[in-house]
Design a protein around this ligand. Structure first.
Ligand code: SAM
Length: 425
């Protein structure tokens, strides 16, 4: 990349959270900055977001982790791969040159690599963040998953504090400027909670403080209640649907971060009823297990009425620029896949009545991972391919955070909205 292009891209990274890696199919993303655009009075705390990644080694110790010795070991072991694993390996071999090309472009962006150790921002952040958490005197996080499953769940309410713009108030013969302020108590579970205003709203629930971005809403419920999300009219449906299901896997189970669900339950998600009359782009995160990939291609997408179109990759790097694991490590690849497909409304033959934008597939999103299973916010990268009305009506299923302009559904969509993940501007 030319030096002037690198400067422009570094500027874009600081402003928008995205750095395009030359003419390659790759971008580097700083999720903290991308998420930050949802807020007016708060910032997403880089210390809190990257807390896991900054525990590791400092810069300069290692760079490329496509380790030839490990590759040899892996090759020697490959005789024991079963039939399904061989197919998975073939998929990996097809993606490998693409991922390597993207990674090489990333390693070639010298200014970006030098910037990475500072991505967490200045040390002031942690002090301010502490202040924000202390302001409500809570150190432990609430478990919405547990609270939502007890018999009292329908009784729990969240208090939303709307701070409006200054208003002119009439007082006797004169008038004065007052700040309009309103507190609203609404059920927190199985209810659509909306912040329609153009400002962040602070919300209090059982002594903890949550930050609700502008023009966002959430519906916190179990999969059993997902039917309550289905809009009354198809014009109120969603034309961008991002889904990150709690797939069953050893790691989630061992870490018991959240409950997982057997695959067959995902077949009942009412995608056909959730989508907008003019169709929808559906983006589904999957792990690298071949069994899961086959389930999605052969059962899940057909059941949802989704036609597979393209795949994007999320390549995970450390602060020193190295990959989080060897590219060829069979059971712990340093990347995950986002499968993209189009869907037309139930009863509408999508191929005949609706035209969808072709999606240039095989794009690679490179970022430093945050908390366990936290995905980079890909919504903005997908907007160009979303069919139907603009601005797009967007929903994230199994969400753990909120975004301006989006509806978030899951059993803990407020998880990363807790004040400890934010700083005041
Ligand atoms: N995309 C999220 C992120 O970036 O942080 C991660 C989602 S995580 C893979 C799956 C989520 O589904 C977890 O928050 C989990 O609690 C939730 N979940 C598990 N079982 C559920 C259920 N029965 N109903 C609703 N949500 C459920």
């Amino acid at each position: 990349m030319a030096e002037s292009d690198m400067k422009t891209e570094l500027y874009r990274l600081l402003e928008l959270g995205v750095y395009r890696l030359g003419s390659s199919n790759a971008i580097f993303m700083d999720p903290v900055r991308v998420l930050g655009s949802s807020y007016s009075r708060f910032r997403v705390s880089p210390c809190a977001y990257y807390s896991r990644s900054f525990e590791s080694k400092t810069r300069g110790e290692t760079a490329v982790s496509v380790n030839p010795r490990k590759r040899k070991l892996k090759q020697r072991k490959s005789y024991s791969l079963n039939e399904r694993e061989l197919i998975a390996d073939q998929r990996h071999q097809e993606a490998r040159p693409l991922l390597l090309g993207a990674y090489e472009a990333f390693l070639g962006a010298g200014d970006l690599l030098s910037f990475l150790p500072d991505i967490k921002g200045d040390p002031r952040s942690s002090v301010e963040n502490e202040h924000l958490v202390m302001s409500v005197g809570k150190e432990t996080e609430l478990s919405f998953i547990e609270l939502g499953s007890v018999w009292q769940a329908p009784l729990y309410e969240i208090s939303l504090h709307f701070r409006g713009q200054n208003k002119l108030a009439e007082e006797g013969e004169g008038s004065s400027i007052v700040q309009y302020s309103e507190r609203k108590l609404v059920p927190v579970f199985n209810n659509l909670v909306i912040n329609e205003t153009s400002e962040d709203v602070e919300a209090e629930f059982l002594g903890s403080l949550y930050i609700i971005p502008r023009e966002s809403c959430f519906h916190m419920s179990d999969l059993k209640q997902i039917q309550n999300l289905v809009p009354a009219q198809s014009g109120q449906g969603f034309n961008l649907i991002v889904i990150d299901p709690p797939w069953e896997n050893k790691s989630a189970w061992q870490k018991s971060v959240y409950p997982t669900i057997p695959n067959r339950y995902f077949l009942s998600i009412p995608i056909k009823q959730l989508i907008h009359g003019e169709g929808a782009l559906v983006a589904l995160w999957v792990t690298n297990r071949e069994k899961l990939r086959v389930f999605v291609e052969k059962e899940l997408f057909p059941m949802w009425g989704v036609r597979y179109v393209a795949v994007f990759y999320w390549l995970k790097v450390k602060v020193d620029g190295s990959l989080i694991s060897d590219l060829d490590l069979f059971h712990h690849r340093p990347y995950e896949c986002l499968l993209l497909g189009y869907s037309g409304k139930e009863g509408v033959d999508s191929d005949h009545h609706l035209t969808f934008e072709p999606i240039p597939g095989n794009q690679v999103i490179i970022s430093i991972p945050g908390d366990y299973s936290r995905k980079p916010p890909v919504g903005k990268l997908l907007l160009d391919y979303v069919p139907g009305p603009k601005p797009a009506r967007c929903i994230e299923l199994f969400a753990r955070e909120l975004l301006a302009g989006w509806t978030s559904w899951g059993n803990e969509p407020l998880h990363f909205q807790e004040s400890r993940y934010f700083l005041r501007k």
